[in-house]
Design a protein around this ligand. Sequence first.
Ligand code: ADP
Ligand code: MG
Length: 449
Amino acid sequence: MIDTEKIWLSSLAALEIEVSKANFTTWFKNTFIIREEAGTIYLGVPNEFVREWLTNKYHKNILRVLRDLYPSVRCVEYVVSTKEEASAIQQRLPSIHLQSRELPLPHITIDKRDNLNPRYTFDSFVIGPFNELAYSAAQAIIKQLGTYNPLFIYGGTGLGKTHLIQAVGNTLKNQNSEMRIFYTSAEKFSNDLVTSIQNNRLSQFKDRYRKYDLFIMDDIQFLSGKDKTQEELFHLFNILHDKGRQILFSSDKHPNYIIGLEDRLKSRFSAGMIIDVYKPEYESKVAILQQKMNENNFTISPDVIEYIASSVEGNIRELEGILNSLIMQTQLRKRPLSLQEVKNLIKNNIKPKKNVAIRDIVKIIANFYNLDDQMIYEKTRRKEIVRSRQIVMFILREDYNISYPLIGRELGGKDHTTVIHSCLKIKDELHKDSVLSQELDQIRSILNT
Ligand code: ADP
Ligand code: MG
């Protein structure tokens, strides 16, 4: 038996690729299945207007996707109702029993002793230029604990940090079952600390964390502004480090750019090795898609792979999401999707690039360089301001495709040739100046969060 919510979610997923994004949100928001009775689905809709529209415009589509999933469905009735109303009535009706065609999820258990998820292994981890440094450093640690201590991996979301650091844990665990390994996130650690303090169990808390040979902490950026947690981590770090235990961190930013992180922690984090992972480039995206298809025993045509790899920006979680909907849609339709259908699917799945105001970008970049954003618009020729202004122009052009004249106008009436000159200058320096390129990475990661 499966619930009505799940049935409707699957149907919505199918409808989503048939209908334009705007129509989809307008007409299918707040719709839900109230109940099924003798082959009739009673669909709850928020108002009369939507009821008419669905009946006249989308009835065929709705009926078809429902039937694709559950052939026993014969008709659909639209009822103006809210979920709350419906569930009050539903209490008095028998629940529905439709046969689900979904495959059961693979059963994954997380070992309480180490918190590791066995799904994250190196077998399923694709290596490319975007992550090979981080991968090599991880392998060095596996060979010899303490090679880099701590090892600190940073990079944007969905780029494989959690996968990588857990794979280190899983590999070592399989090699040596005696090794005391523990994976946690900064957030969990913090919650654990708070509970321990509330229950007067701080000393047990300290003892527990101090016994590990390999201590892995994910998402360090969460520590921002959490003074008490930082203090506790600082002491824990020193004790583990002094005993030669391996410590492994991840974060979405370089430690120096985590606002509200104590300097003494920053300096401890920098004592080992800090490495970033970036977005995979085209070839790596293709390799990742191929790896995921193998895992799922699924094949898609080369032109579809090519299309996905070139149009999805680089977040691996997003790539997985697209592939999952593709698999689901293919199962529903019992045939491969055409390239056009895949295009629609992607269009409706990827969140559009955020529409950021130029002023906000200026503010973020000025902040980053500790400048007053007003200076960017003025005529000041002070070196550090000129430089930041050039970086603003470069980012507006490269990342947001804003025209040279418009950039000039928005930044206090500068000539478009000045803008072109600035962009070229930064582009040129990027090749020679690794600090600048790191700074740009940081700025971009702030802009994209
Ligand atoms: P992050 O922690 O950086 O946000 P995750 O480690 O959670 O990213 O990765 C997001 C998803 O992408 C996960 O399902 C993960 O298994 C997958 N993934 C990440 N990197 C790779 C890779 N190099 N090869 C294969 N799958 C990957
Ligand atoms: Mg993560």
